[in-house]
Design a protein around this ligand. Sequence first.
Ligand SMILES: Cc1cc2nc3c(=O)[nH]c(=O)nc-3n(C[C@H](O)[C@H](O)[C@H](O)COP(=O)(O)OP(=O)(O)OC[C@H]3O[C@@H](n4cnc5c(N)ncnc54)[C@H](O)[C@@H]3O)c2cc1C
Length: 377
Amino acid sequence: MHDVDVTVVGAGAVGLACAYEVAPLVKNLVILEKHAKPGTQISSRNSEVIHAGLYYPPDHLKTRLCIEGRRYLLDFCRQHQIPFALIGKLVVATNQQELQSIQNLMHNAINCGIEDLSMLSREEIKKLEPHIEGAGALSSPGTGIIDSHRLIKRLESLCLALGANMLYKTCLAGIDQTSRGFTCTVKAPDNTLYSFTSRVLINAAGLNSAHIAAIAGIDISAASYRLYPVKGEYFRVVSGKHRLVNSLIYPSPQRHLAGLGIHATKDLSGALRLGPNAFYVNELDYDVNPEHAGEFYESIHDIMPFLAKKDLVPDMAGVRPKLQAPGAPIRDFVVAHESSLGINGLVNLIGIESPGLTGCLAIGKMVCSLLRDAALI
Ligand SMILES: Cc1cc2nc3c(=O)[nH]c(=O)nc-3n(C[C@H](O)[C@H](O)[C@H](O)COP(=O)(O)OP(=O)(O)OC[C@H]3O[C@@H](n4cnc5c(N)ncnc54)[C@H](O)[C@@H]3O)c2cc1C
């Protein structure tokens, strides 16, 4: 007998989505969250974009989970009154080389199965976005924005309604594998330690997920699970200039070979933000360096010439749980039942950076089917 059937580590979008999918299939499920409420980490420090899945190779989990996840997320938002808006996205090219780069992006996206894309001329851009300058743009009308905070709150309340036991201010500190599962040692809110047994452990600990894999007994270097945190800062556009942009504006991938590049996102209140930039960090902090305003301005002022540097004020920052070491090739999400490493019942979710918010419900369903295939639920 185990104390619980399933333990989920982390109450971010991914952990909650896993719990939401798995809870109806088991007698008891516990969610451990070291902070006082859900979604205070990566899940509340991002662009809140519902991605269409343009950027990743067709065979990547990132692509499949983004495309499926987007569909599930839109249905979920409609069913549960989560605010969202499909405001569309333009990936803007300013010269011949960048035009080639957005053509390549479009071909990749079509290979991935995305159907609603089109190339816009300068004149067509102006009709949609009179204040944006570009020689051409890739239009993705299926890209949108979501209120991530409402999503998290709703997932939390649905998990509670399904009988999940949410333990806040409770940190998973130790894992011992037993013959049929795990003994989990946790630090309670009063700092005391106690243990319970669980048949299944779902590691959705975000920036801490490689550490959780390590304390479960995995050699994270050998498994290539080491995480390299990459910070991303945002600046808010003031002076009323948020009204000059209607959709999400991204630069061509040619400019930012390693990521999506500093882009302009709107939120559901109509506010306009630029970001995120990307730099590797050793320590986690969420300060925004005001001196980085120049980098933001330079990166996008030819596409958004109405912006002045003084229109940019520091907003917030997030940190990506990247599997990719500096200079290394792009890595896919790790969504793995670790039976092949001899740890039956442990599901690791590691490197769940963007588009993890879009893909969270698809990740939950995938975890559910991995556990079903292994007859663990
Ligand atoms: C700058 C930035 C921009 C992004 N933009 C987008 C976007 O526009 N669209 C999109 O789809 N995705 C985006 N993403 C990605 C998306 O935000 C993440 O993929 C998603 O939020 C990850 O959720 P999570 O639940 O895995 O992690 P988290 O939300 O970080 O949740 C993990 C939780 O685990 C808890 N935890 C850790 N260790 C322990 C422990 N030992 N015991 C108990 N609890 C523990 C933490 O406290 C945390 O709450 C962005 C990410 C960043 C950083």
